[in-house]
Design a protein around this ligand. Sequence first.
Ligand SMILES: [Zn+2]
Length: 274
Amino acid sequence: MPELPEVETAVRELRPALVGKTLQGAWANVPRQLGDMTVRTLARRLRRNRVLAVTRRGKYIVVELERGLLIVHLRMTGRLFVAATERSPHEHLRAGFLLDDGKETLYFKDVRTLGTIRFYPKMEDAAELSKLGWEPLEETISSKVLREVLSSRMQAIKPVLLDQSVWAGVGNIYASEVCWVAGIDPRTSAKRLTQTQCERLCEAVPEVLRQALKRGGSTLRDFMSPDGKYGSYQKEFRVYDREDEPCLRCDGVIQKIVQAQRSTYFCPKCQKKR
Ligand SMILES: [Zn+2]
């Protein structure tokens, strides 16, 4: 699933292709991806609606319009890109937003159709955004504040890192990477983290995401940016997808375990509980 670095990469590429353009309606062939809104209503709301900005909040792509906003979550296999309008859109294209004179379209491709597209008249109407926590690349969180937030969390720290109401945008790959960089055993109960461990987490979260962003994110299966580029951070994984391989920091061996139904990779030797 695209996480913060992949979504931010997509936003940075979509921005110059969309800002200033006027949407001229929409089509969609998987109605449930639009939630409660019908394709007709969405098309009407988007007609003659100019794009003011393309931003990101957590893993959501936010297209700010003159009237309202379009919010897209890519989930597992979604991808947004601008291309010449096709007469008969090929398979896996689930929605299209005609631009300006109709020669170009903002396409939404999604093999597994788990992505979501929403339109809201105002930012305040987007309940999914108001539940999100800190933006790791924009907000500096003190270890004291983090420790306070974690003090009521019984769960292990790795699944807590996936909770979008703590840090928004961290997903399964980067949560494992963050725990390794911070030297923390991912099974440690979040409320038991020491002040020093909290300090290391506050540094590791933005550090790991920034490094991944520099590489255009990670490509597993088929993540591809709007410009059709693959990310390369997967070549630099310290623990993710490295089961039974040597640790890059000590003579330990990377292990894979399952936490809250998701794979976690870590080094049992140098990632400590305390
Ligand atoms: Zn190690």
